[in-house]
Design a binder for this molecule. Sequence first.
Ligand code: B12
Ligand code: SF4
Length: 606
Amino acid sequence: MITPRKDPSFDPSNLQVTHEPPADGGRLIVLTAPLTEAIDHAGYFIQMALASLPIWMEGVINRKYPKWREVEHNPDGSARYMPAGVRLVEKSLLREHRSDDVVACFPDDLHKFIGPRTRVVAVSTHNPLGVTFAAGVYTSIFGSSKMPINSHYSRLLFSKIKASPYRDNFKVIVGGSGGWQIIQTNLYDELSVDCVVEGRSESTDTLELFRKAIEGQELPRVVEVKHPMDREQILFPDTRTTFGVVEMTTGCGRRCKFCVPDLNPQIDLPKDKIMDAVRANVRHGNKQISLATEDMFIWGQVHTDTPFYFPNREALVDLYSDIVNTPGVEQHVLSHSTIAPAVVDPLLIKQLSDILLPKSPIHFPLLSSHPQKKALAPLIGLETGSVRMAKQIMSSKGVPFSIEDWPSVVLEGLRVLNENNWFPAMTLIVGNPGETDEDVMQTIDLVYEIERRGLFAFLIPSIFTPLHDTRMEKMEGVTQTRQLTPLQWQLMMKCWKMNLRPGQYSWWGPMAWRVGAIGMWLYKLRRLNGPNFTWPLWMFSGAISEKNLQRMGKIYQGKPLKVKTRAELIASLKPKDWQYLRADNGDMPMGYEPLAARAAVLQAQA
Ligand code: B12
Ligand code: SF4
């Protein structure tokens, strides 16, 4: 059981506002999501910041994005856009309910739709309590109120529903990728939730549950529903989604032990349905599209004769070209990927860059060589630089390459990506169960090697969180920032120091960080995070050089890594995999051509 956080800034009694009941008696089924998960502007980063910053830092967001709370409505007051999860619940329900019985609205508009007729209020949530990787760790580093902004707004939503004068008439059903957090914290009563659904809304079990709720039957606390096993059963939104999210794949296939989405079947969704959903978004006023996936590179190669980790270049180029060339699509952002495909097929990365950069809203003026300084920034898991740890938790993360070569795959992949103006956000897990100082040192070595080679990724360290249903669910790593060792702190602070590199080029940048970091430490952080945090923070501030800190024995400076080149990595592949390589990338292994020729002969004979 996870201990829920308290939110001192939040007083539910402020919610006792009375409204006129809706003239039509309200809708039978009202769908909603926390405001912070529904907003559609300012790109992915604002939602990630809302999930990671504590509520007392909300002012930072307010200053940077003064209009972030402004949302758009349809003429009837319903939400113009909603997270893709809400849209699919809506679509699933419309298979057996009339459209005027179902509505999706923003939290502030709930009173316009919840009335005496309402029987179900369904909430879709991504991360309601912030007890997941990066979201939890950053708020806890900053201490006092550990409540992430997103959790504050999620609680606000639940309190509004709880305070409804019609609460006794309807059931509250929660679903989405963050539903498990309510189960694990047992906050059903506090949040006034009747039932949490684990799984997809397409399932007939979900419809059955809504039927029971409408009839006023008691609901179980948790319902697990099945994931569709084939691509045709997955529904697509035909209205506008937040950030234009349209699903591209489910599952992954690399089988990392800590991963939730990999538990779903590996499916790549049909292109015609993806395109319909893209066009539907545009029709409803969206100018941006993002394909949701765990690994964009498996699309077009699922259940084919070629292993999924050799990307289908033609299929991917065709799909992405059609998306960005759809009239009305002005912006496109990437979601998640893995890094090995960049080593396998660098030309694919180049071709995708040519197609995607012109429509990318991301600009990194100090990093990008694109004429308009555009960049692509998918989220990629690096997780650890320790081969020993990688073997334990993610032995297939780098396939077709051996996990023994993981640091080389990361460095080579990043080189290819950076050359093509891809600057990924890369996550690292700190405090894995059984992680030793030696493991952390190897990760620090890899991070220094990234720096030494002039490569760039936003490195996002987070503390290991055992996620529900995964093969590491019962394992415990570090649970509080005070437990972090000096090396683990050093790794975290070094990552952040490197992330700020592009911001350090101004004359005032380095000075601002020095003063700011030390000021924060004196004010608050030294008490919160304990003595192991002190020297890594001095390193982060840059007030004492890393060389001097190392001489003083206060930090570990990392040793150069001996890594394989792309040619050496390709040469390390098993001969049976050579047939899937693309010769136009070069670096082909010795003996490749005879094999290719033999394959061509066999093909001709067949
Ligand atoms: C796109 C995406 C984002 C985008 C956009 C999110 C948005 N608001 O639309 C961005 C980049 C902003 C984002 C941010 C974050 N994300 Co995110 N994101 C995704 C991703 C890739 C796709 C989500 C999606 O839209 N899927 C498609 C829809 C259709 O699926 P769905 O929402 O799950 O809905 C289905 C079911 O859950 C169910 N369902 C949904 N709602 C409901 C409601 C009811 C009542 C019922 C019955 C059923 C139901 O039915 C739907 C299908 O029919 C997923 C990975 C994944 N493949 O799901 C990660 C994922 C959800 N994100 C994750 C995380 C950790 C985060 C962040 C915390 C990261 C961070 N530290 O910044 C933040 C949190 C943001 C916030 N506001 O709190 C984790 C969730 C882990 C968890 N909660 O346990 C995931 C699973 C990624 C991962 N590999 O771990 N994310
Ligand atoms: S590569 Fe990513 S999505 Fe795939 S199993 Fe590993 S963590 Fe999960």
